[in-house]
Write a protein that binds this ligand. Structure first.
Ligand SMILES: [Zn+2]
Length: 656
């Protein structure tokens, strides 16, 4: 019996190591559960045989007393920070005064909370927070509840290690979602969530929070290289972040920083910088430390993704569907490298749930291309005079009374002649995922709208009539307006799904537009389509069907379709697959130079459509593609009566 308990202990510990530390499980969940149940039963029947490193201890932790203070054997210093390459370079130059050829280890700086872990005979004895660096709090029971921290090592070592406890982005979102459902206060970021989860009196709560931990240092290791020490920690069964690297060249370090500043959005967890440490431990000792931080290491901090700032005002804007959205006007603040002064608050529900008020201080978060977001109010800084938010009753532009859509908790201006809606419809029509008319941006649309050159979608295709006025009245360069007009012409060839999405029919997003275009094939057929036909299309529900019917029944829409036909705006859906193989049986020869492409690009485009591209004109050549200053190939083609295309023919034939 004792033998079986020993055996099971080993099997489950190994499985835990594979699953939580290496993140490469080899045992099925079912098999794992069976072993755990068997061990549970045996341990209950024979408590005298329970192994010191029993994996079940980790799960059944008891309630502990408030965290007692513990003194760190070695102070847990914090690193000094630098915020620019210049400052990092200065650090490097300081080092070089003592060490001629320094070697560094670069590691990711995990955004969590530091912990010190003491293992005796390979068993986890104690976990302590950083505290003030000298005195921390005993969080042993909580640490035992974190699966990524093994309660025993692969060897019977006596070692003190330091690491960072953190929560993954996914676990953080799940946690906040659950808390929102339960009407509990949300955590502002994963770091706060991790910190709150570790300092729980009931370690079972800690256990439920999906915390993770990376170890980055051993206090009393034998190896003389930090790089080797990290590898030794891995061998002991501790979880070390895999992205560490040894380098001696400062440019390599800059490249490492750049790589992760870009790459951090793709990581499953948050990092706030890169840590650079001297590799040689003797050299570390030589460099020493100040009262606060070691002189042999430094943290390069990325620009913050989150800042606290004040809400100066809440204003309302009108979208193309007429939806009225509250926006926060912020005391401008630098976040993630850009100045943020305004951000959407999405809708009334969001503002009320987060209880955002004018005058409040809030956490604002931005990462990469993501739109800045108000995460949470700093309630401690709220003044009692800050009034609760109230949604506006009227359109901020045309002043008409708003209608509330019960299901979506959204408010709409239903005035179709509302200027804000008209302008937004145009902006939407030309946007990248819609008709993709480059050069015709929001600002220019506003100018053209105010000059009455552009009032509706039709006007976009009639803009050419104002070319002269635009040049003389608004001072547009010829090149600029001609570029816009060319892009407008080009957009006429777009596939139907783009046009359908561009029309801005309520509830018809890009994906729905594609489904509808594929099924219905031509804009003309929409005029006579029935509700039943629509609802029978996969993924088209009642809301969309009703909205589509209503849109195409309008006389205005029908006039617009007639207009498109007259102006030769494509209203048919063409299959991509067929189009790609358009030239599967054609042979092209290219000669001369082209305005918009070089010959290699043209060849590539043709080949992607299934064509063969050769160098010599023969009887078998299907088309000669002829640019400016053609060679003798043109005469040869004329002689053999082979069709000749210029650049425009090429673009027209290929719908580009
Ligand atoms: Zn309005």
């Amino acid at each position: 019996m004792k033998k079986r308990i020993k055996e099971l202990t080993k099997i489950i510990n190994n499985a835990n190591h594979e699953y939580y530390i290496l993140e490469k499980p080899t045992m099925s969940d079912q098999q794992y559960d069976e072993y755990v149940r068997e061990l549970e039963k045996l341990e209950e029947e024979h408590p005298e045989y329970i192994q010191k490193n029993s994996p079940l201890k980790q799960i059944n932790v008891s309630l502990n007393t408030p965290f007692s203070k513990v003194e760190h054997m070695m102070p847990m210093l914090s690193l000094s920070n630098v915020f620019s390459y210049q400052q990092l370079l200065e650090f490097h130059q300081r080092i070089k005064k003592t060490i001629a050829k320094p070697e560094y280890v670069c590691e990711l700086k995990i955004d969590g909370l530091a912990v010190s872990l003491i293992y005796e005979d390979g068993l986890l004895k104690q976990g302590v927070t950083r505290g003030d660096g000298f005195l921390g709090e005993d969080i042993t029971n909580n640490v035992l509840a974190i699966k990524a921290i093994p309660n025993h090592l692969q060897k019977k070592a006596n070692i003190t290690v330091r690491g960072e406890i953190f929560m993954s982005k996914e676990a953080f979102e799940n946690l906040n979602n659950t808390r929102q459902k339960n009407n509990e206060a949300l955590f502002a970021n994963p770091r706060n969530a991790a910190s709150g989860s570790v300092r729980q009196l009931d370690a079972n709560v800690t256990a439920s929070r999906q915390l993770d931990c990376y170890i980055y240092q051993g206090v009393n290791q034998a190896e003389n290289s930090h790089y080797e020490r990290l590898k030794a920690l891995q061998k002991l069964g501790l979880k070390v972040n895999p992205h560490f690297s040894l380098m001696s060249d400062i440019d390599e370090i800059f490249a490492f920083i750049e790589k992760w500043e870009q790459g951090r959005k793709n990581l499953a967890y948050e990092i706030d910088g890169v840590v650079i440490k001297i590799d040689n431990v003797e050299n570390q000792k030589l460099l020493g430390q100040t009262a606060k931080s070691p002189k042999w290491a430094i943290a390069y901090k990325f620009p913050a993704l989150e800042e606290v700032t004040q809400i100066k005002d809440i204003i309302f804007t009108v979208g193309r569907t007429g939806q009225v959205t509250p926006n926060a006007v912020l005391d401008p603040v630098h976040i993630d490298g850009s100045l943020v002064s305004r951000t959407t608050l999405h809708n009334e529900k969001n503002v009320l749930e987060k209880d955002i008020r004018i005058g409040d201080y809030v956490f604002v978060r931005k990462a990469g291309d993501v739109i800045p977001e108000v995460v949470k109010v700093v309630t401690e800084k709220r003044k009692t005079s800050n009034k609760k938010f109230k949604m506006t009753d009227n359109c901020p532009i045309c002043k008409k009374k708003l209608q509330k859509e019960a299901s979506a908790a959204a408010y709409f201006c239903v005035n179709e002649k509302c200027e804000a809606r008209e302008q937004e419809s145009l902006v939407h029509f030309v946007s990248r995922n819609a008709m993709n008319i480059e050069g015709l941006g929001e600002k220019i649309i506003e100018i053209f709208y105010n000059e009455s050159f552009l009032k509706s979608i039709k006007d976009i295709y009639l803009l050419k009539n104002y070319r002269h006025k635009i040049i003389s009245l608004i001072g547009f360069g010829e090149k600029r307006i001609d570029n816009i007009l060319a892009n407008i012409e080009k957009s006429k060839k777009n596939n139907l799904d783009k046009l359908l999405f561009a029309l801005g029919i309520k509830h018809v997003g890009a994906k729905t537009a594609k489904i509808l275009a594929q099924e219905i094939k031509s804009l003309e057929y929409f005029e006579s389509i029935s509700y039943d036909e629509l609802i029978n299309i996969n993924e088209i529900g009642d809301k969309i069907a009703q909205s589509v019917i209503a849109y195409f029944q309008k006389a205005e829409t029908q006039a617009l379709i007639a207009f498109f036909k007259k102006e030769q705006v494509n209203i048919q859906y063409y299959e991509k697959g067929l189009q790609e193989k358009q030239f599967y049986d054609k042979t092209f020869v290219i000669t001369g130079t082209f305005e918009n492409y070089n010959r290699l690009q043209i060849a590539e485009i043709l080949e992607n459509k299934g064509a063969r591209v050769t160098n010599t004109v023969t009887k078998k050549t299907s088309v000669l593609l002829c640019g400016k200053n053609p060679g003798s190939k043109l005469n040869k083609a004329k002689e053999l009566q082979i069709p000749i295309w210029d650049e425009t023919d090429f673009q027209n034939n290929l719908n580009i």
